[in-house]
Design a protein around this ligand. Sequence first.
Ligand code: IPE
Ligand code: IPE
Ligand code: MG
Length: 245
Amino acid sequence: MFRFKKKEKIEIPLEVPKHIGIIMDGNGRWAKKRMQPRVFGHKAGMEALQEVTIAAKNMGVQVLTVYAFSTENWARPKDEVAALMGLIVEYFNKKIDELDRKGVCIRMLGDLSAVPDLQRETALRAMERTKDNKGLKLNIALNYGGRQEILRAARRLAEKCADGEMRPEQIDEVAFEGELYTAGLPMVDLLIRTSGEERISNFLLYQCAYAEFVFVPEYWPDFTREVFARALETYARRDRRFGKV
Ligand code: IPE
Ligand code: IPE
Ligand code: MG
């Protein structure tokens, strides 16, 4: 069992996943339950993200990848998209100092070219500032889609072949993984989705090939480090066989 002895102190007797993916879902429903606008839920979600990031760092997780905005989320009402984009900037402005101090290294996953200038520049600045940090790697998936990521990798390899840089028979898992946004990082061990939904919604399709899935009923803003620790306990009880017996 995880025990939180005092603030940010925990016992970790379990096998901790190297790479955790989180689909941070349920902000809108959390707000609705409180008769507040959806953006209120997104704001609260930002605080949950900070708490879980610090907890992951303290537990010795190597990589945490969170789904902030999908390629499909552009289809939401204009004002919600604008509010979410605004929150990205607010998130970096408010949280970057603490993340940097704790040694967190930030990487953005997704097609940033389609993200508004201010958001893209803020994100790139955060990446640049934390690039040499040696602690937790925090990947933020923004305008990210798993299918698009796989297509992009295929296209990049096709271009290398067309340019004579490599031959088609040299395309193996190592070469393919090198063209994903997660190049150089381990595959996902544990995928958590909050809010009771049980689907992958175009997140890390390649990297989740052998991930354990843990679905929790809590809406994302209610995802505390205690709920996180419980998800890790569930993971630790799983028997990962990777096709073997
Ligand atoms: C997750 O919460 C945040 C994003 C998708 C950006 P939702 O906004 O999807 O909240 P629900 O699922 O509508 O409750
Ligand atoms: C997935 O949540 C995307 C993010 C959490 C950023 P959605 O709420 O957009 O997914 P669906 O539409 O319920 O599958
Ligand atoms: Mg949702």
